[in-house]
Write a protein of this length. Structure first.
Lengths: 114, 110
């Protein structure tokens, strides 16, 4: 299966600071990247879909100015949580789009904002 | 868009018993239905999947059934073991877009 590397695995930051999460597809080129957020004991909620070389598409209720997504290359997509607040604390997971079939996920990033 | 519902949200079974988790979906165009197992703090792992042209699939202790007409599919785990304890998610997909169920926390009691 596809190899997806996401880091950091966990990060603690102060309120008001920004955090960047990187997602790399190591053995294939991902033109599309899905970013999910998962709160404790809840499901994966799609935040946004990024496409290489173009602007990301955000799901309803997700602030695009707060969650900056960059997909500058076919192997790297980044999610930056800007001016983080405690309510942004969550588990963030990336998943490259591969056409039909199994979805592969990064390891996830546990973000804690204090 | 697609709406996936999953039940139950929590499930406790005795070791050796069977566990069944059910999902329904709304978009008849969805054609791929995977099941994922997620342990705490880790990424979801695919355990079994089924496509819309198949009614049932089995892999050792795990099986999935699909009823396209009723738009529901189920995960069956037989002879459960403590290591089966985790959160399980169903999903419905068309193309590369996935819609996930709300998850079922399964506890297998030794």
């Amino acid at each position: 299966g596809a190899v997806v590397s996401q880091h950091p695995s966990w990060v603690i930051c102060k309120s008001g600071t920004s955090v960047k999460i990187e997602c790399r597809s190591l053995d294939f080129q991902a033109t599309t990247m899905f970013w999910y957020r998962q709160f404790p004991k809840q499901s994966l909620m799609l935040m946004a879909t990024s496409n290489e070389g173009s602007k990301a598409t955000y799901e309803q209720g997700v602030e695009k100015d707060k969650f900056l997504i960059n997909h500058a290359s076919l192997t790297l997509s980044t999610l930056t949580v800007t001016s983080a607040h405690p309510e942004d604390s969550s588990f963030y997971i990336c998943s490259p789009g591969q056409g039909e079939g199994e979805a592969f996920f990064g390891q996830g990033t546990r973000l804690t904002v204090v | 868009g697609e709406n996936v519902e999953q039940h139950p949200s929590t499930l406790s079974v005795q070791e050796g018993d069977s566990a069944v988790i059910k999902c329904t979906y709304s978009d008849s165009a969805s054609n791929y239905f995977p099941w994922y197992k997620q342990e705490l703090g880790k990424r979801p792992q695919l355990i079994i999947d089924i496509r819309s042209n198949v009614g049932e699939k089995k892999d050792q202790r795990i099986a999935v059934t699909l009823n396209k007409t009723a738009k529901h599919f189920s995960l069956h785990i037989t002879e459960t073991q403590p290591e089966d304890s985790a959160v399980y998610f169903c999903a419905a997909s068309k193309g590369n877009q996935f819609y996930f169920g709300t998850g079922t926390s399964l506890t297998v009691i030794p």
